[in-house]
Design a binder for this molecule. Structure first.
Ligand SMILES: [Zn+2]
Length: 336
């Protein structure tokens, strides 16, 4: 058996999550070889066709250009990566990635630290988040074993938008409370799940106020493995998950929670605190971008792979679709 055959054979024994990690590892070493770390280093492979007959081909805006003799494609070292068409070099990008993964650094702070405009950092930040969101779709979080499910709420935010005269409400100042008490339509719901014992975390927004049965099903279907047991609060909708996922839902009443036995929601509550802490540092997140931040928090909270690996994938993975500044403001928005 050749090495290749042996690896193929052995990889069947891995779980789908482990297989995804192997794929990512291979992608990384390919990128290290071919993606080119600096502008002047010649990539070994063409990002278009994968051919290896790459030659230097003059400069564009002071950056080295390359040409593939196989497909005739002309490209830069950053072509196909998140840095494509950017005026900023990898140094600036890697700082923007580090600040994003940190979760405590606002766009303003990064802009000030790097001496770059707010707008430029805004676009970098959101391209990074969109890359992570795409990656999250390719390798979805799947809760297994014993988990806890619950929802948390943040105030709707129209951050970055001008209020029109016929807006449904007046603008709020930073830190101001909702005009209605309790859970209302001003509250955006973040449905979350966390595995016990240090496992993965998941967060998504599909609705305002309390989630319906259908919204709960839509949020968690495909994100829970067969046979898992999930503790939830008293909200009725969670029980209906048993109709679409082969799982067991255990409702936790307040008294039991206080006794802090097995039936508690401590893990998911900690995840909620983590999310709210970051919101206060960001001074809110515009609701239309909320799922980008949900993906960030799901990825970084209890990250299974090192942040260095995640940062490396963001910077160097060649994607089929590179997001433009237009995409940032117009695609994959939350409209609820
Ligand atoms: Zn080519």
């Amino acid at each position: 058996m050749t090495d290749y055959e042996m690896i193929c054979h052995e990889s069947k024994k891995l779980s789908s999550e482990e297989q995804a990690r192997v794929l990512e590892y291979i992608q990384r070493i390919q990128n290290e070889k071919g993606g080119g770390k600096t502008e002047s280093e010649k990539p070994e492979h063409c990002p278009r066709c994968g051919g290896s007959s790459v030659i230097r081909f003059g400069h564009k805006r002071g950056k080295q250009r390359f040409c593939c003799k196989d497909c005739g494609g002309v490209f830069m070292a950053s072509s196909g990566t998140i840095m494509e068409n950017s005026h900023y070099d990898e140094k600036v990008w890697s700082e923007a990635v580090a600040d994003t993964l940190d979760g405590f650094v606002s766009i303003d702070k990064t802009a000030e630290r790097l001496g770059v405009s707010h707008d430029a950092v805004f676009h970098m930040r959101h391209k990074i988040l969109m890359f992570m969101e795409e990656r999250g779709k390719a390798f979805p979080v799947c809760l297994k074993g014993i988990s806890e499910l619950d929802e948390t709420y943040v105030l709707e935010s129209l951050k970055g938008r001008k209020f029109t005269e016929n807006a449904s409400r007046n603008p709020r100042k930073h830190g101001e409370k909702a005009s209605q008490r309790g859970i209302s339509n001003e509250q955006v719901c973040i449905m979350t799940g966390v595995e016990r014992n240090g496992g993965c975390a998941y967060a998504v927004t599909l609705n305002r106020a309390r989630p319906s049965v259908e919204e709960i099903k839509a949020a968690f279907q495909g994100h829970m493995t067969t046979g898992c047991v999930a503790f939830t609060d008293g909200l009725k909708g969670y029980g209906h998950l048993e109709e679409v996922v082969d799982c067991v839902i255990e409702s936790v009443d307040k008294q039991e929670q206080k006794n802090a036995g097995t039936a508690n929601l401590n893990n998911v509550n900690n995840f909620h605190s983590y999310i709210h802490e970051r919101y206060s540092h960001y001074r809110g997140v515009a609701t239309r971008y909320i799922n980008r931040y949900n993906t960030l928090f799901s990825t970084v909270y209890r990250a299974k792979e090192s942040l260095t690996n995640i940062a490396d994938a963001i910077l160097h993975n060649v994607s089929a679709h590179v997001f433009s500044c237009w995409d940032v403001r117009h695609t994959a928005l939350v409209t609820i």
